[in-house]
Design a protein around this ligand. Structure first.
Ligand code: NAP
Length: 231
């Protein structure tokens, strides 16, 4: 892995991913909306920035050329198929054999085997409804984006984040295939470690065509699971 592209580079997750990728010695290209380019000022001497919407196919085509790895933040903003347009552009323009890592939340299910709490489902329903009403968020489009990724024969990984918090890194999150598995019960990950998992996934072939649901490695459920597995 030499050159990676962060699609959605100016957000919090994107900036953490840039830092981790630079720490690993990768050459980094970042794509973000033109108005957000100043958010990347602290990196500007060390990365190439391609300004533009992440669902603009020409922008993605230019950004990902020669990249061995693509780290894509899937966000359900607006009602212009932002998530699915972004995912499709990445799937179509990544070079064959590139590792494609996408971010989303636990609400995305690959096989319908995830088990969600009642509170989680209520919150999801309410935020989908409010998002549709205000035309600010389209969660169904993030679901569509994931459907297209799961159906693709590229080397994808869809990393499903729990609730997030800020704070110093605690190390690589642990993961499980299904929400509802006991190890995930704490439902909390440091955002910096979500980014760490995304970047580490680039070189972890065990995660190819997996949709790991992650949780912080120092959370009570992660620690409890580790101690059980030692008994
Ligand atoms: N927040 C959570 O609690 C949570 C929980 C689980 C999973 N996740 C997942 O984590 C990822 C990023 O989450 P985050 O909370 O850390 O957010 P973030 O990194 O701050 O990312 C937000 C992204 O959305 C872009 N954006 C904001 N408003 C936009 C608009 N109106 N149109 C187009 N793009 C817009 C931002 O670009 P600009 O810099 O240009 O504004 C940025 O790239 C997502 O995949 C999300 O599903 C989040």
């Amino acid at each position: 892995m030499n050159k990676v592209c962060v699609v959605g580079a100016s957000g919090k997750l994107g900036q953490y991913m840039i830092q981790h990728a630079l720490d690993k010695g990768y050459e980094v290209v970042g794509v973000c909306r033109e108005k957000s380019v100043p958010k990347l000022d602290r990196f500007k001497e060390r990365i190439t920035i391609i300004p533009g919407a992440t669902n603009d196919r020409a922008v993605i085509q230019e950004a990902v050329v020669d990249c061995d790895g693509l780290l894509t933040v899937l966000v359900p903003w607006g009602v212009q198929q932002y998530s699915s347009g972004t995912a499709q552009a990445v799937l179509d323009h990544a070079r064959p054999g590139a590792r494609l890592i996408f971010s989303c939340g636990w609400h995305i299910s690959r096989d319908g085997q995830d088990v969600y709490s009642r509170n989680f489902l209520i919150l999801l329903k309410v935020s989908s409804w409010i998002g549709r009403l205000t035309r600010a968020i389209d969660i169904d489009d993030q679901v569509e984006a994931s459907r297209r990724i799961f159906a693709s024969d590229t080397l994808w990984t869809v990393v499903r984040g729990s609730d997030l918090e800020e704070g110093e890194s605690q190390g690589l999150p642990v993961w499980s295939r299904h929400v509802g598995d006991p190890i995930l019960e704490s439902n909390l990950t440091r955002r910096v470690d979500f980014a760490l998992f995304m970047v580490a996934a680039l070189e972890n072939d065990d995660l190819i065509r997996e949709a790991p649901a992650i949780v912080g490695c120092q959370t009570p459920s992660a620690l409890a699971h580790k101690s059980i597995s030692k008994v």
